[in-house]
Design a protein around this ligand. Structure first.
Ligand code: ZN
Length: 148
């Protein structure tokens, strides 16, 4: 188990140091800001749609390692997915991070490395910020998202 933990830790640190899709999209169809006042994590999410597919996604932000790594892993996981698939992923991720037993980890891919966050209740909002913001963006919301 400790090996697995180390591996998870490494992947999270890697996504924190070199976040994927960490840039604005000039031609985004929607963009939305998210904020986690509990920790001070800030995120600006950009989504480019192609029909009902997430053609491209990017983010800019500043925050703790968990929030940046989660945003990075989230963008990798949803790029190329349909809105419905992305929403399923958001639901499964939320279930996993809140310890809901109905979570299906097999659908979560690499984002499952964040499962350990559920043992640290004060960090859960860091991990879910990007996902909350994505859900709101897909719902067509324009008001900035706050995890509080
Ligand atoms: Zn945080």
């Amino acid at each position: 188990m400790s090996d697995l933990r180390e591996l998870y830790q490494e992947l999270i640190l890697d996504h924190h140091k070199r976040p994927r899709n960490c840039h604005a999209l000039a031609d985004a169809d929607c963009d939305l800001e998210g904020y986690n006042p509990l920790c001070g994590d800030k995120l600006h999410l950009y989504v480019k749609m192609d029909g009902d597919k997430v053609a491209d996604i990017g983010f800019e932000g500043s925050g703790c390692a968990i929030s940046v790594a989660s945003a990075s892993l989230m963008t990798e996981a949803v790029k190329g997915r349909t809105v419905e698939q992305a929403q399923n992923l958001i639901n499964n991720f939320r279930d996993m991070i809140t310890g809901n037993s109905s979570a299906d980890p097999s659908t979560l891919g690499k984002t499952a490395v964040l499962a350990g966050v559920r043992e640290f209740p004060t960090r859960v909002k860091c991990a879910t910020l990007a996902w909350h913001t994505l859900r709101a963006a897909l719902d067509g919301q324009h008001e900035p998202v706050s995890t509080e």
